[in-house]
Design a binder for this molecule. Structure first.
Ligand SMILES: NC(=O)c1ccc[n+]([C@@H]2O[C@H](COP(=O)([O-])OP(=O)(O)OC[C@H]3O[C@@H](n4cnc5c(N)ncnc54)[C@H](OP(=O)(O)O)[C@@H]3O)[C@@H](O)[C@H]2O)c1
Length: 280
Protein backbone atom coordinates (compact mmCIF):
# COMPACT_ATOMS: atom_id res chain seq x y z
CA UNK A 1 0.00 0.00 0.00
CA UNK A 2 1.36 3.40 -0.98
CA UNK A 3 0.88 6.79 0.67
CA UNK A 4 -0.42 9.16 -2.00
CA UNK A 5 -0.54 12.93 -1.55
CA UNK A 6 -3.16 14.79 -3.61
CA UNK A 7 -2.46 18.52 -3.96
CA UNK A 8 -5.68 20.48 -4.54
CA UNK A 9 -7.75 17.64 -3.07
CA UNK A 10 -10.92 19.74 -2.76
CA UNK A 11 -11.18 20.36 -6.51
CA UNK A 12 -13.06 18.37 -9.11
CA UNK A 13 -10.31 15.84 -9.90
CA UNK A 14 -8.83 16.04 -6.39
CA UNK A 15 -12.07 14.92 -4.73
CA UNK A 16 -12.46 12.07 -7.22
CA UNK A 17 -8.91 10.87 -6.47
CA UNK A 18 -9.54 11.08 -2.72
CA UNK A 19 -12.80 9.10 -2.93
CA UNK A 20 -11.66 6.37 -5.33
CA UNK A 21 -12.04 3.02 -3.56
CA UNK A 22 -8.43 1.84 -3.43
CA UNK A 23 -6.21 0.30 -0.80
CA UNK A 24 -3.69 3.16 -1.11
CA UNK A 25 -3.68 5.69 1.73
CA UNK A 26 -4.68 9.17 0.50
CA UNK A 27 -3.61 12.49 2.04
CA UNK A 28 -4.88 15.82 0.72
CA UNK A 29 -3.76 19.44 0.93
CA UNK A 30 -5.37 22.53 -0.59
CA UNK A 31 -6.13 26.19 -0.09
CA UNK A 32 -6.62 27.94 2.28
CA UNK A 33 -4.45 25.83 4.63
CA UNK A 34 -1.65 25.30 2.11
CA UNK A 35 -0.68 27.41 -0.88
CA UNK A 36 1.61 25.91 -3.52
CA UNK A 37 2.86 29.38 -4.48
CA UNK A 38 4.57 29.68 -1.06
CA UNK A 39 7.73 27.59 -1.31
CA UNK A 40 8.51 28.07 2.41
CA UNK A 41 5.17 26.50 3.30
CA UNK A 42 4.51 23.88 0.67
CA UNK A 43 7.97 22.29 0.41
CA UNK A 44 8.39 21.59 4.17
CA UNK A 45 4.77 20.43 4.35
CA UNK A 46 5.29 17.85 1.60
CA UNK A 47 8.61 16.75 3.13
CA UNK A 48 6.94 16.25 6.53
CA UNK A 49 4.04 14.24 5.09
CA UNK A 50 6.56 11.83 3.48
CA UNK A 51 4.30 10.55 0.67
CA UNK A 52 5.41 7.77 -1.68
CA UNK A 53 3.80 9.54 -4.65
CA UNK A 54 2.36 13.02 -5.32
CA UNK A 55 -0.51 13.76 -7.73
CA UNK A 56 -0.92 17.46 -8.49
CA UNK A 57 -4.23 18.63 -9.98
CA UNK A 58 -4.01 21.99 -8.10
CA UNK A 59 -4.20 24.93 -10.46
CA UNK A 60 -5.75 28.28 -11.18
CA UNK A 61 -8.41 26.86 -13.51
CA UNK A 62 -10.64 29.84 -14.35
CA UNK A 63 -9.52 30.24 -17.95
CA UNK A 64 -11.37 33.52 -18.54
CA UNK A 65 -10.34 35.11 -15.20
CA UNK A 66 -6.71 34.26 -16.02
CA UNK A 67 -6.73 36.91 -18.76
CA UNK A 68 -7.21 39.69 -16.18
CA UNK A 69 -4.82 38.22 -13.57
CA UNK A 70 -1.83 36.71 -15.37
CA UNK A 71 0.42 37.28 -12.36
CA UNK A 72 -1.61 35.03 -10.05
CA UNK A 73 -2.20 32.53 -12.87
CA UNK A 74 1.55 32.10 -13.46
CA UNK A 75 2.33 32.05 -9.73
CA UNK A 76 0.00 29.09 -9.22
CA UNK A 77 0.28 27.17 -12.48
CA UNK A 78 3.99 27.64 -13.12
CA UNK A 79 5.84 28.55 -9.90
CA UNK A 80 3.46 26.58 -7.67
CA UNK A 81 3.83 23.50 -9.83
CA UNK A 82 7.61 23.96 -9.70
CA UNK A 83 7.50 24.09 -5.88
CA UNK A 84 5.65 20.77 -5.77
CA UNK A 85 8.26 19.23 -8.09
CA UNK A 86 11.10 20.58 -5.91
CA UNK A 87 9.66 18.77 -2.90
CA UNK A 88 9.24 15.54 -4.89
CA UNK A 89 12.84 15.82 -6.04
CA UNK A 90 14.05 16.22 -2.44
CA UNK A 91 12.06 13.10 -1.45
CA UNK A 92 13.07 11.16 -4.58
CA UNK A 93 9.43 10.21 -5.32
CA UNK A 94 7.30 10.16 -8.49
CA UNK A 95 5.06 13.13 -9.39
CA UNK A 96 1.98 13.02 -11.59
CA UNK A 97 1.28 16.57 -12.75
CA UNK A 98 -2.01 17.43 -14.49
CA UNK A 99 -1.93 19.67 -17.56
CA UNK A 100 -4.22 20.58 -20.41
CA UNK A 101 -5.02 20.15 -24.10
CA UNK A 102 -4.92 23.96 -24.26
CA UNK A 103 -1.12 23.87 -24.55
CA UNK A 104 -1.92 23.36 -28.26
CA UNK A 105 -3.31 26.12 -30.46
CA UNK A 106 -5.91 23.84 -32.05
CA UNK A 107 -5.11 24.79 -35.63
CA UNK A 108 -4.13 21.26 -36.72
CA UNK A 109 -6.70 19.15 -38.53
CA UNK A 110 -5.37 16.00 -36.84
CA UNK A 111 -5.30 15.05 -33.15
CA UNK A 112 -2.20 16.08 -31.21
CA UNK A 113 0.27 13.39 -30.16
CA UNK A 114 2.22 13.64 -26.91
CA UNK A 115 5.39 14.64 -28.80
CA UNK A 116 3.78 17.43 -30.85
CA UNK A 117 5.07 20.96 -30.32
CA UNK A 118 2.84 23.01 -27.96
CA UNK A 119 1.77 26.53 -28.90
CA UNK A 120 -0.59 27.99 -26.29
CA UNK A 121 -2.80 30.97 -27.20
CA UNK A 122 -4.27 32.09 -23.84
CA UNK A 123 -2.79 33.23 -20.53
CA UNK A 124 -4.07 30.11 -18.75
CA UNK A 125 -2.62 27.86 -21.45
CA UNK A 126 0.77 29.63 -21.44
CA UNK A 127 0.92 29.31 -17.64
CA UNK A 128 0.12 25.59 -17.82
CA UNK A 129 2.88 25.05 -20.40
CA UNK A 130 5.23 27.00 -18.12
CA UNK A 131 4.13 24.60 -15.35
CA UNK A 132 5.02 21.59 -17.50
CA UNK A 133 8.45 23.08 -18.09
CA UNK A 134 8.90 23.96 -14.41
CA UNK A 135 8.13 20.46 -13.10
CA UNK A 136 10.54 18.93 -15.64
CA UNK A 137 13.21 21.49 -14.77
CA UNK A 138 13.15 20.54 -11.08
CA UNK A 139 12.51 16.80 -11.25
CA UNK A 140 13.08 13.84 -13.57
CA UNK A 141 10.54 11.41 -12.15
CA UNK A 142 7.48 13.24 -13.55
CA UNK A 143 4.51 12.07 -15.60
CA UNK A 144 2.69 15.05 -17.13
CA UNK A 145 -0.89 14.04 -17.90
CA UNK A 146 -2.78 16.30 -20.30
CA UNK A 147 -6.55 16.16 -20.12
CA UNK A 148 -9.43 18.19 -21.62
CA UNK A 149 -12.98 19.26 -20.82
CA UNK A 150 -12.93 17.69 -17.34
CA UNK A 151 -16.23 16.82 -15.68
CA UNK A 152 -17.35 14.97 -12.58
CA UNK A 153 -20.59 14.58 -10.64
CA UNK A 154 -21.10 17.62 -8.42
CA UNK A 155 -18.36 19.65 -10.10
CA UNK A 156 -18.49 23.05 -11.73
CA UNK A 157 -18.13 21.95 -15.34
CA UNK A 158 -19.62 22.15 -18.83
CA UNK A 159 -22.34 19.46 -18.38
CA UNK A 160 -23.45 21.03 -15.08
CA UNK A 161 -23.63 24.47 -16.71
CA UNK A 162 -25.61 23.09 -19.66
CA UNK A 163 -28.17 21.45 -17.37
CA UNK A 164 -28.46 24.58 -15.21
CA UNK A 165 -28.89 26.82 -18.26
CA UNK A 166 -31.47 24.44 -19.78
CA UNK A 167 -33.51 24.44 -16.58
CA UNK A 168 -33.30 28.21 -16.28
CA UNK A 169 -33.89 29.29 -19.88
CA UNK A 170 -35.64 26.32 -21.54
CA UNK A 171 -33.53 26.79 -24.70
CA UNK A 172 -29.80 27.03 -25.41
CA UNK A 173 -27.26 28.34 -27.91
CA UNK A 174 -24.05 26.28 -27.95
CA UNK A 175 -20.83 26.66 -29.94
CA UNK A 176 -20.48 24.03 -32.67
CA UNK A 177 -17.03 24.87 -34.07
CA UNK A 178 -14.93 24.15 -30.95
CA UNK A 179 -13.89 20.49 -30.66
CA UNK A 180 -12.27 18.50 -27.86
CA UNK A 181 -12.27 15.31 -25.83
CA UNK A 182 -14.45 15.18 -22.70
CA UNK A 183 -12.58 13.68 -19.73
CA UNK A 184 -14.63 12.12 -16.93
CA UNK A 185 -12.78 12.40 -13.63
CA UNK A 186 -14.09 9.03 -12.33
CA UNK A 187 -12.54 7.38 -15.45
CA UNK A 188 -9.35 9.43 -15.33
CA UNK A 189 -8.59 8.84 -11.63
CA UNK A 190 -8.08 5.04 -11.89
CA UNK A 191 -6.09 5.57 -15.11
CA UNK A 192 -3.65 7.79 -13.16
CA UNK A 193 -3.14 5.00 -10.63
CA UNK A 194 -2.77 2.53 -13.51
CA UNK A 195 0.13 4.64 -14.85
CA UNK A 196 1.89 4.15 -11.52
CA UNK A 197 1.05 0.46 -11.24
CA UNK A 198 2.30 -0.25 -14.78
CA UNK A 199 5.46 1.73 -14.08
CA UNK A 200 4.84 4.17 -16.91
CA UNK A 201 8.14 5.88 -17.67
CA UNK A 202 8.48 9.61 -17.02
CA UNK A 203 7.11 11.73 -19.87
CA UNK A 204 3.92 13.17 -21.29
CA UNK A 205 0.63 11.27 -21.44
CA UNK A 206 -2.63 12.34 -23.10
CA UNK A 207 -5.55 10.85 -21.16
CA UNK A 208 -9.13 11.67 -22.11
CA UNK A 209 -12.23 9.62 -22.77
CA UNK A 210 -12.27 8.02 -26.23
CA UNK A 211 -13.81 9.95 -29.09
CA UNK A 212 -14.17 13.63 -29.83
CA UNK A 213 -17.06 16.04 -30.16
CA UNK A 214 -18.00 19.67 -30.50
CA UNK A 215 -19.35 21.64 -27.55
CA UNK A 216 -22.74 21.42 -29.31
CA UNK A 217 -22.58 17.60 -29.57
CA UNK A 218 -21.43 17.38 -25.93
CA UNK A 219 -24.40 19.52 -24.85
CA UNK A 220 -26.90 17.46 -26.87
CA UNK A 221 -25.64 14.24 -25.27
CA UNK A 222 -25.78 15.74 -21.77
CA UNK A 223 -29.36 16.91 -22.33
CA UNK A 224 -30.42 13.59 -23.85
CA UNK A 225 -28.88 11.48 -21.10
CA UNK A 226 -30.24 13.71 -18.33
CA UNK A 227 -33.83 13.50 -19.60
CA UNK A 228 -33.80 16.96 -21.20
CA UNK A 229 -33.68 15.88 -24.86
CA UNK A 230 -36.69 18.09 -25.60
CA UNK A 231 -34.72 21.30 -24.88
CA UNK A 232 -34.09 23.15 -28.17
CA UNK A 233 -30.39 23.85 -28.83
CA UNK A 234 -29.20 26.23 -31.54
CA UNK A 235 -25.67 25.65 -32.87
CA UNK A 236 -23.64 28.87 -33.11
CA UNK A 237 -20.07 29.72 -34.22
CA UNK A 238 -17.58 30.62 -31.47
CA UNK A 239 -17.50 34.16 -32.88
CA UNK A 240 -21.03 34.62 -31.48
CA UNK A 241 -20.02 33.51 -27.97
CA UNK A 242 -18.07 36.37 -26.46
CA UNK A 243 -15.53 35.48 -23.73
CA UNK A 244 -12.32 37.07 -22.41
CA UNK A 245 -10.05 34.16 -23.38
CA UNK A 246 -9.51 32.55 -26.78
CA UNK A 247 -10.00 28.77 -26.65
CA UNK A 248 -8.16 26.53 -29.14
CA UNK A 249 -10.78 25.35 -31.63
CA UNK A 250 -9.43 21.83 -32.31
CA UNK A 251 -7.05 20.95 -29.46
CA UNK A 252 -7.94 17.27 -29.71
CA UNK A 253 -5.60 14.90 -27.86
CA UNK A 254 -4.47 11.51 -29.19
CA UNK A 255 -3.69 8.99 -26.46
CA UNK A 256 -0.61 7.16 -27.75
CA UNK A 257 1.67 6.77 -24.74
CA UNK A 258 -0.82 5.40 -22.19
CA UNK A 259 -2.53 3.27 -24.85
CA UNK A 260 0.84 1.59 -25.46
CA UNK A 261 0.62 0.45 -21.82
CA UNK A 262 -2.98 -0.74 -22.31
CA UNK A 263 -4.53 2.29 -20.59
CA UNK A 264 -7.57 3.70 -22.43
CA UNK A 265 -10.69 5.45 -21.19
CA UNK A 266 -14.14 4.39 -22.41
CA UNK A 267 -16.11 6.42 -25.01
CA UNK A 268 -17.17 9.85 -23.73
CA UNK A 269 -20.88 9.11 -24.33
CA UNK A 270 -20.71 6.25 -21.78
CA UNK A 271 -19.07 8.63 -19.33
CA UNK A 272 -21.87 11.16 -19.84
CA UNK A 273 -24.41 8.40 -19.11
CA UNK A 274 -22.63 7.66 -15.84
CA UNK A 275 -22.44 11.37 -15.00
CA UNK A 276 -26.18 11.78 -15.66
CA UNK A 277 -27.01 8.80 -13.40
CA UNK A 278 -24.79 10.11 -10.60
CA UNK A 279 -26.13 13.66 -10.98
CA UNK A 280 -29.86 12.82 -11.00
N1 LIG B 1 -11.53 21.67 -15.69
C1 LIG B 1 -11.16 21.39 -16.94
O1 LIG B 1 -11.97 21.39 -17.88
C2 LIG B 1 -9.71 21.06 -17.24
C3 LIG B 1 -9.32 20.80 -18.55
C4 LIG B 1 -7.98 20.49 -18.82
C5 LIG B 1 -7.07 20.44 -17.77
N2 LIG B 1 -7.48 20.70 -16.51
C6 LIG B 1 -6.49 20.64 -15.43
O2 LIG B 1 -6.90 19.60 -14.55
C7 LIG B 1 -6.54 19.91 -13.20
C8 LIG B 1 -7.72 19.72 -12.28
O3 LIG B 1 -8.80 20.54 -12.72
P1 LIG B 1 -10.11 20.69 -11.81
O4 LIG B 1 -11.23 21.07 -12.70
O5 LIG B 1 -10.24 19.50 -10.90
O6 LIG B 1 -9.68 21.97 -10.96
P2 LIG B 1 -10.43 22.65 -9.73
O7 LIG B 1 -11.74 21.98 -9.46
O8 LIG B 1 -10.37 24.12 -9.95
O9 LIG B 1 -9.46 22.24 -8.51
C9 LIG B 1 -8.20 22.82 -8.35
C10 LIG B 1 -7.92 22.85 -6.87
O10 LIG B 1 -6.64 23.48 -6.70
C11 LIG B 1 -6.77 24.43 -5.67
N3 LIG B 1 -5.78 25.49 -5.77
C12 LIG B 1 -5.83 26.60 -6.55
N4 LIG B 1 -4.77 27.39 -6.29
C13 LIG B 1 -4.04 26.75 -5.34
C14 LIG B 1 -2.86 27.09 -4.63
N5 LIG B 1 -2.21 28.24 -4.85
N6 LIG B 1 -2.40 26.23 -3.69
C15 LIG B 1 -3.06 25.06 -3.43
N7 LIG B 1 -4.19 24.70 -4.07
C16 LIG B 1 -4.68 25.55 -4.99
C17 LIG B 1 -8.18 24.97 -5.84
O11 LIG B 1 -8.59 25.68 -4.69
P3 LIG B 1 -9.68 26.88 -4.86
O12 LIG B 1 -10.91 26.25 -5.45
O13 LIG B 1 -9.84 27.40 -3.47
O14 LIG B 1 -9.04 27.88 -5.81
C18 LIG B 1 -8.94 23.67 -6.09
O15 LIG B 1 -9.30 23.03 -4.88
C19 LIG B 1 -5.95 21.32 -13.25
O16 LIG B 1 -4.55 21.21 -13.25
C20 LIG B 1 -6.43 21.88 -14.57
O17 LIG B 1 -5.52 22.84 -15.09
C21 LIG B 1 -8.76 20.99 -16.20
Amino acid sequence: MARILIIGHKGQLGQTLMNLPLEHERLGIDLPEHDITLADDIIPTILELKPDVVINPAAFTNVDAAESDPDLTYRVNAHGAGNVARACHRLGIPLIHISTNEVFDGTSDKPYDEWDQPHPISTYARSKLAGENAVRFYHDDVRIVRIAWLFAPGGNNFPAKIVAAADKHGALRVVDDEFGNPTYAPDLAPALFALLERQAPPGIYHLTNSGTCSRYEFALEVLRQSGRGHIPVTPIPHSEWSRPSRPPLRAILANRAAAALGIRLRPWQEAVADWARQSS
